[in-house]
Design a protein around this ligand. Structure first.
Ligand SMILES: C[C@H](N)C(=O)N[C@@H](Cc1c[nH]cn1)C(=O)O
Ligand SMILES: [Zn+2]
Ligand SMILES: [Zn+2]
Length: 477
């Protein structure tokens, strides 16, 4: 069933108001990984809850309890559960998105304030933290609902919605909620026929995509401590075991400069690709230029497109993220930091899971640390994790999204696996026993998690049409 022309016109006519609403959302710095911004994640939950109620969604805020972050006990932001429509003759679709964002500071290298949405005067890009990941896509759903609410037009499907505020910090508390309310015992998630998540990106800047896989994740914090306080390097250099020297050595043993994971057994868990699988990557609309443009430099690990795509989609990767406690200010402070914490994560692919990989990581770090004969102390923490996910892309859920993409973009979508992680995806698939589709709104060069994150105006507006059209296509499969 095609989406009504009136809906498509409504989206074009209301584009400026939709952008203003995105600007209001971006202005709330809902950074889940920073305790000092926890109140903003709650503010964002209230803002979104009000917006949903204003377009006719029946909502409830679910308390997910407390958690410990950086040795502090914090209240988790609520999950927002929403529903609209309960017609037994219609399919019921569950929409998921997250209203928290990654940290962002102007001093990281942003050209403008990250929490003030800037509309680029010539190319129309909507620049601000969360514009693409994941406030733009959530607002895309709101735009669709606004049309139906304002015109009194019935939705073609029943909708359930689950929006969370902890995705960027491991989705704490959400798995328990989904398992409690979705195990077929009359819980809130029962009756869902399929799931749609708009929280990833096209592979390039030109071809829309449907995504059927995500990598999992396991995130570690390694702390090396020794002296009771920071020391003068002139007084103590070459006389004590230095925590930073130990830590840098350990971090240097994790991954080679060409991406090989050096922890024995981790890369080896993954079977080699078949020729048939390689042919899928070869057929995707992608070039080395695309990755170079998205990265902003000619730094691809390989000149072969298939290798680059497999590096992102079907092999694990280990990235070093940062060191807490190290001197990082201006000037030339000659200090030996007393306690430093290195952070790294491994993106996982089937059959890897955090449960299978974590013991290998911990044993390796302990044995490498033992080789140093250091008198410092090593403390290893596994901060959060999630399993990889792969779906059946021949399912009617994907068929509907393909037809919607062709209707809106006049192009067939790429079928992709995403290199990032959305931990709850597998929980939805396994607990609810239904197909999950990832339907991205933004482009491969949006700079999610990076400086100057943006969503192209056309992706926001055409992406809103895509989300609405998908619901109409679902009604006819
Ligand atoms: C793909 C999704 N938009 C995303 O960015 N997910 C995050 C999830 C995460 C886990 N720890 C911190 N963030 C990601 O893939 O990094
Ligand atoms: Zn993200
Ligand atoms: Zn996201």
């Amino acid at each position: 069933m095609p989406a009504p022309t009136e809906f498509l016109q409504f989206v074009d006519q209301n584009a400026d108001a939709f952008i203003q609403r995105l600007s209001d959302a971006v202005a709330i710095p809902s950074i889940s990984g920073d305790a000092s911004h926890r109140k903003d994640v709650f503010k964002m939950a209230d803002w979104l809850n009000d917006q949903l109620k204003a377009v006719g969604v029946e909502t409830q805020l679910v308390d997910l309890g407390k958690h410990i972050m950086d040795d502090e006990e914090l209240q988790l932001p609520p999950a927002i559960l929403g529903r609209i429509g309960n017609d037994p003759k219609k399919k019921t679709v569950l929409l998921y998105g997250h209203f928290d964002v990654q940290p962002a500071n102007k001093s990281d290298g942003w050209d403008t304030d990250p929490f003030t949405l800037v509309v680029h005067p010539t190319n129309g890009q909507l620049i601000g933290r969360g514009s693409s990941d994941d406030k733009g896509p959530i607002l895309g759903w709101l735009n669709v609902l606004q049309y139906h609410f304002q015109t009194g037009k019935e939705l073609p499907v029943n909708l359930k919605m689950c929006f969370e505020g902890m995705e960027e910090s491991g989705s704490e508390g959400l798995d328990d909620l989904v398992k409690r309310e979705g195990s077929g015992n009359g819980g809130w998630f029962d009756g869902v026929d399929c799931v749609c998540i708009s929280d990833n990106y096209w592979l390039n800047t030109r071809t829309p995509a449907l995504t059927y896989g995500l990598r999992g994740l396991t995130y570690f914090k390694l702390t090396v401590s020794g002296p009771s306080r920071d020391l003068h390097s002139g007084v103590f250099g070459r006389t004590v075991h230095e925590p930073m020297t130990d830590l840098i050595h350990l971090m240097g043993q994790l991954v080679s400069p060409t991406g090989k994971i050096l922890i024995p057994g981790v890369d080896e868990m993954v079977p080699p690709p078949t020729e048939e699988e390689k042919a899928i990557y070869s057929g995707l609309d992608y070039s080395i230029q695309d990755i170079q443009d998205a990265a902003g430099a000619a730094i691809a690990l390989s000149d072969d497109k298939v290798n680059v795509l497999m590096g992102r989609m079907r092999y694990p990767s280990l990235s070093l993220h940062g060191i807490e406690g190290a001197f990082s200010g201006v000037g030339a402070k000659t200090v030996i930091p007393a306690k430093v914490s290195g952070k790294f994560s491994i993106r996982l692919v089937p059959p890897q899971t955090p449960d299978a990989v974590n013991p290998l990581v911990i044993a390796y770090l302990q044995s490498e640390f033992a080789k140093l004969n250091s008198k410092n102390k090593l403390h290893i923490e596994d901060l959060h994790g999630g399993k990889p996910w792969v779906a059946d892309h021949k399912h009617w859920n994907f068929e509907a999204a393909k037809r919607a993409t062709e209707a809106v973009y006049k192009q067939s979508p790429d079928l992709t696996r995403e290199g990032g992680s959305i931990p709850v995806t597998l929980t939805f698939a396994e607990t609810l026993g239904v197909n999950v589709l990832l339907l991205p709104m933004g482009r491969g060069d949006d700079g999610a998690h990076s400086t100057n994150e943006k969503l192209d105006r056309s992706n926001f507006i055409e992406g809103t049409k895509l989300l609405g059209t998908y619901l109409y296509e679902l009604a006819s499969v």
